[in-house]
Ligand binder design. Structure first.
Ligand SMILES: *Cc1c(COP(=O)(O)O)cnc(C)c1O
Length: 434
């Protein structure tokens, strides 16, 4: 094995563990699921990242989605630098927010208003509050394995982060908060119908990921999203479409605009790509629902750094680079990464299921296609861990969990694909060896 020296990363991790719980600011970064110490990165350029020990890797994490143009994209870097020179925040409106909101609505014409926040968690939290206010109802329906951020009501059976740590639900979420959330297996129409039969006039909203990608990637069954739109409309509930992962990644207007049709969801949640690598997220939707927000309406929502000019400029500049050619490149590159890894695992005799939803891809280490969290949990996480370390030692950085999507960028070129192709066969053989 071609083990790279990562002793400086390990030293930093040990030092961090003394002052930060688990040494990390977000749990899945801690490598608990795959073993070993996390890698400390110092720089990135395009598809490549460099760690504190000087090792270079092809990056398939992309900060979990935002880095869709690759690292340190020159146009984004220069736009942000220009803004920062004139202050990073005023706590007052700036033109950058309006320009970004206009660009989002141009891409998603089925929405009419956008409110900016700083994280996907805040976006979905705001969507809950709006849905409850608009309907006068309490209950939220979500799918097992779908992640919508870490707010109390949505941190129930919530996929990757919690799964990776073997925590189906988090302590500290009150019985009241969890009790207002009903979970159903993903893709199960009969289960959704049963919930509406049981609580016909108590459900404020159904939340779904446009395509689940926080339990690994699960393509939505044909017609499932439209079914959710129809049944929520029928019972007077809101339909909240979480595009924090898919938004502006799987196509110019995200998943709904590219893959669905008919009456639109009431609310969309965005994050990741729309911040261009800076903390920015948004909730968007119809004027009727969105104008319930203060100061027009009674629903309170606020944020000191919400829509700050640095993040808004990074997001807008990022979106401006994402034309049809960029999406075609990302689609083709994601498919190619999946093919390379899957071919290597097949050659090594490792049972696996390559999965793809638009340009989101991941591999489950189980033979059968995965349709929901129960299927996903059947995978051989230890085999994934060996594959992960095999790739890392050969210069390819995958997400450190078997329940995460792999991310490519417009900067992943033939050189990056060749590096992945060079690493995969040996990593696959290590995954096979128990
Ligand atoms: C990442 C993610 C969130 C949470 O966003 P944060 O910015 O991490 O709070 C919510 N929903 C989905 C689908 C996500 O992938």
């Amino acid at each position: 094995m071609n083990t790279s020296d990562r002793s400086t990363s390990s030293a930093w991790h040990e030092r961090a563990g003394k002052v930060v719980p688990g040494g990390v600011s977000s749990p899945v970064r801690a490598f608990r699921a795959v073993g070993g110490d996390p890698v400390y990165f110092t720089s990135g350029e395009g598809a490549w990242v460099t760690d504190v020990d000087g090792n270079r890797y092809v990056d398939l994490v992309g900060s979990w989605g935002p880095m869709i143009l690759g690292h340190a994209h020159p146009t984004v870097t220069s736009a942000v630098t220009d803004v920062v020179r004139h202050s990073s925040s005023f706590g007052a409106p700036t033109a950058a927010e309006t320009l970004l909101a206009e660009e989002i609505l141009r891409r998603v014409p089925v929405a009419e208003r956008v409110r900016f926040v700083s994280s996907g968690t805040e976006a979905t939290m705001t969507a809950i509050r709006l849905a409850r206010a608009a309907t006068g109802r309490d209950l939220i329906v979500k799918f097992v394995g779908c992640y919508h951020g870490h707010s109390d009501a949505l941190l129930v059976q919530a996929g990757s982060g919690v799964m990776t740590l073997g925590l189906p639900n988090s302590p500290g979420v009150t019985a009241g908060a969890a009790g207002d959330t009903i979970t159903v297996p993903y893709g199960d129409r009969a289960a959704v119908e049963a919930v509406f039969e049981q609580y016909p006039d108590r459900i404020a909203a159904v939340f779904t990921e446009a395509a689940p990608a926080n339990m690994g990637v699960v393509p939505p069954p044909e017609g499932f999203n439209v079914f959710l739109r129809e049944i929520t409309a029928k019972f007077g509930s809101l339909f909240v479409f979480d595009e924090v992962m898919t938004g502006f990644r799987v196509g110019p207007g995200g998943w709904w605009m590219r893959y669905e049709s008919g009456p639109a969801p009431d609310l969309f949640a965005y994050g990741k790509v729309i911040g261009g690598g800076y903390p920015l997220a948004a909730v968007a939707g119809s004027a009727a629902v969105m104008d319930q927000l203060a100061p027009l309406g009674p629903v309170y929502q606020a944020g000191t750094l919400s829509g700050n000019p640095v993040a808004a400029t990074a997001g807008l500049t990022t979106l401006q680079q994402l034309d049809d050619a960029a999406y075609a490149h990302i689609d083709a590159t994601a498919a190619e990464v999946l093919r390379i890894a899957s071919d290597a695992l097949t050659a090594a005799g490792v049972p696996h299921s390559p999965q793809r939803a638009g340009s989101l891809v991941s591999i489950y280490f189980t033979e059968n296609p995965v349709r929901n969290m129960a299927d996903a949990s059947a995978q051989d996480e230890a085999a994934f861990g060996r594959f992960f370390h095999g790739m890392l030692d050969r210069g390819v950085s995958l997400p450190p969990s078997a329940y995460e999507a792999w991310f490519v960028s417009t900067a992943h070129d033939d050189e990056a694909l060749s590096a992945i192709a060079a690493a995969a066969p040996d990593a696959a053989r290590e995954a096979a060896a128990d």
